[in-house]
Write a protein that binds this ligand. Structure first.
Ligand code: PLP
Length: 360
């Protein structure tokens, strides 16, 4: 067996320890004689798995008691609709559009009410985060929406927007658990787990209790109501049971690593290795404004499409995979999530140096 360094933006690298443990438990989960995949989600054993996963996540993120944690399906994209359906009481919401994912959420919200784009960085192909200290937040906005880490473009909000008292809603798919966050600053934060936490098929919603109400937009399906899942503690129907089990293992791995403060330090250290090289390289350059750089997704280019393609091909042959940039932007992108070891980033930079030498 040999494992490559996987720089995919998602589904993405998971901690090797977690995968090994899951493999060991595959046929017989702790004496049950069956796999977690084969187990009733109503069983005592599974109840322990999902309860522990939630408790560990609460501990890691320091989630206050007045917030609920929901383990759902449908990916992050389903939340683009669920959020307005549940939260648009006045049918007005403000969106800050800093990339394709925020744009998709903004477009989806227009189906359900008046969605206003109050800031955008589309004028410079989403290569920066706009100043959000004094935006024209709508008087009657039900919430202000952001995508906190822009997976495709590699930018991140370093300070949250001033929402002028309105509820903040954030898509944190690609920065989930990468550093500590103050949950109380958000009304709702959510993410697909396939970027930084677990296998595709699970989306985690963390929502303040008072935002979970009986009243939703007319026509909201039962399955899209937060109340349905909150009341049933994420067991209204069959949840993505195996995926939640793996997420639970990743939470335990993060606790063992020392928690989110330590992960932040590790992630800063890893990102610095790559960004420092990009800043000194004569061949490669980063594509986003320095102060807005993401710790998780690092896009870069040579400026020559053919050379970019050659780089991606040769990197793959050297065991550094999935470095091709998103189809909408081209170039390269290295996603260096929690589970990417520092050695992986060092190997990437060593390869980039060699490539630069050979392609002067
Ligand atoms: C990947 C991604 C999505 C889409 O996730 P799906 O689970 O495929 O719907 C949404 N937002 C962000 C920030 C992402 O990185």
């Amino acid at each position: 067996m040999s494992r490559i360094y996987n720089f995919s933006a998602g589904p993405a690298v998971l901690p090797e320890e977690v995968l090994k443990e899951a493999a060991e438990e595959m046929l017989d989960y702790r004496g049950c004689g069956m796999s977690v995949m084969e187990m009733s989600h109503r069983s005592k054993v599974y109840e322990t798995i999902i309860k522990e996963a939630e408790a560990d996540l609460r501990e890691l993120m320091n989630i206050p008691d007045n917030y609920r944690v929901l383990f759902l399906q449908g990916g992050a994209s389903q939340q683009f609709a669920a959020i307005p359906m549940n939260l648009m009481k006045n049918k007005v919401a403000d969106y800050i559009v800093t990339g394709q994912w925020a744009k998709k959420a903004f477009q989806e919200a227009q189906i359900y009410g008046k969605a206003n784009k109050i800031a955008s960085s589309e004028d410079e192909t989403f290569s920066y985060i706009p100043d959000c200290s004094d935006l024209p937040v709508s008087q009657d906005a039900d919430y202000v929406y952001i995508c906190e880490n822009n997976t495709i473009y590699g930018t991140k909000f370093k300070t949250l927007p001033n929402t002028k008292g309105k509820t903040l809603v954030a898509d944190v798919s690609s920065c989930f658990l990468s550093e500590p966050v103050d949950v109380t600053k958000y009304g709702l934060l959510y993410g697909g787990v396939q970027k930084n936490i677990g296998p595709a098929g699970v989306v985690i919603v963390i929502i303040r209790e008072d935002l979970i109400t009986e009243v939703t937009l007319p026509g909201t399906p039962t399955m899209l109501k937060y109340k349905t899942h909150a009341d049933a503690e994420s067991l209204y129907n069959t949840p993505p049971a195996y995926g939640i089990y793996i997420c639970g293992k990743v939470f335990k791995w993060l606790k063992k690593m020392g928690g989110l403060e330590i992960m932040k330090q590790r992630n800063e250290e890893k990102a610095k290795i790559l960004y420092d090289f990009l800043d000194e390289s004569k061949l490669f350059r980063g594509t986003v404004r320095k102060e807005d750089r993401s710790l998780m997704n690092v896009p870069f280019v040579t400026g020559d499409d053919q050379l970019d393609a050659k780089f991606v091909k040769e990197a793959k042959a050297a065991g550094l995979e999935n470095l091709k940039g998103h189809r909408s932007v081209g170039g390269m992108r290295a996603s260096i999530y929690n589970a990417m070891p520092k050695e992986g980033v060092e190997a990437l930079v060593a390869f980039m140096k060699k490539f630069e030498e050979e392609n002067k």
